[in-house]
Design a protein around this ligand. Structure first.
Ligand code: GDP
Ligand code: MG
Length: 178
C-alpha cells in the first residue's frame, strides 16, 4: 500500500526470461499472489507484479516483469531489460529444448542487461520429475557453475522452492547495491 511505498528503501526491477510455457507467469503469480493456473494462458495481461520484502532492517519493493507472451515471437525488447538488477532464467525440466535454448537467453541477458545483473537459473516443473524429466538436475547444476549462476529446481504448481528462488535473487541484489 501507499504508506509502505513511502517507507520503502529500495525498488528492485527484475525480469523473467525463458522459453514459452516453461512456467514463468505461474512462478510470478505464485510468488506475488500465491496463485497457480492449470490452463496455459500465454498472456495474463499484467506486465509486472510487486511484492514487498524485508531484508534485515530494509524494506524492498520487488518489481518483477513478465513477458506477457512476447517470447513466443522472439520480440522481447531492450526496454524489458532496462534497469533490471536481477533475472530468473527459467527452463522446463520436462522439455530438453527449453534447456538448450538457455544459451540464447543468456546471450540476450548479457547483451541487454547490466553487467552485474544477478541471474538465478530455475528448472521448473519439478513435480513432474518422476514421470517426464528430460533434464537431469546435474545438467542444471553444471551449467550454473559454468556460467556463475545460482540454481534451483522449482514447482510453481506444488509451490516448491518458488519463494526461495525469488528471495535468493532479491537477497543477492541487496548485497550488491547496499
Ligand atoms: P510461461 O509461458 O513461461 O509464462 O508459462 P505458464 O506460467 O503460462 O505455464 C505454462 C503451462 O505450464 C501452464 O499450463 C501451467 O499450468 C504449467 N505449469 C507451470 N508451472 C508448472 C509446474 O511447476 N508444474 C506443472 N506440472 N505445470 C506447470
Ligand atoms: Mg507467460
Amino acid at each position: 500500500d501507499d504508506s509502505f511505498d513511502e517507507e520503502c528503501d529500495y525498488l528492485f526491477k527484475s525480469v523473467l526470461v525463458g522459453d514459452s510455457a516453461v512456467g514463468k507467469s505461474n512462478l510470478l503469480s505464485r510468488f506475488a499472489r500465491d496463485q497457480f493456473q492449470l490452463d496455459s494462458k500465454p498472456t495474463i495481461g499484467v506486465e509486472f507484479a510487486y511484492r514487498n520484502i524485508r531484508v534485515g532492517d530494509k524494506l524492498i519493493k520487488a518489481q518483477i516483469w513478465d513477458t506477457a507472451g512476447q517470447e513466443r515471437f522472439r520480440a522481447i525488447t531492450s526496454s524489458y531489460y532496462r534497469g533490471a538488477l536481477g533475472a530468473l532464467l527459467v527452463y522446463d525440466i520436462t522439455r530438453r529444448t527449453t534447456f538448450e535454448n538457455l544459451r540464447k537467453w543468456l546471450h540476450e541477458l548479457r547483451e541487454y542487461g547490466s553487467s552485474d545483473m544477478v541471474i538465478v537459473l530455475v528448472g521448473n516443473k519439478s513435480d513432474l520429475s518422476n514421470s517426464s524429466r528430460q533434464v537431469n538436475i546435474e545438467d542444471g547444476q553444471s551449467l550454473a557453475q559454468l556460467e556463475g549462476l545460482s540454481f534451483l529446481e522449482t514447482s510453481a504448481m506444488e509451490n516448491l522452492n518458488v519463494e526461495e528462488a525469488f528471495l535468493q535473487m532479491i537477497n543477492k541484489i541487496h548485497e550488491i547495491v547496499s
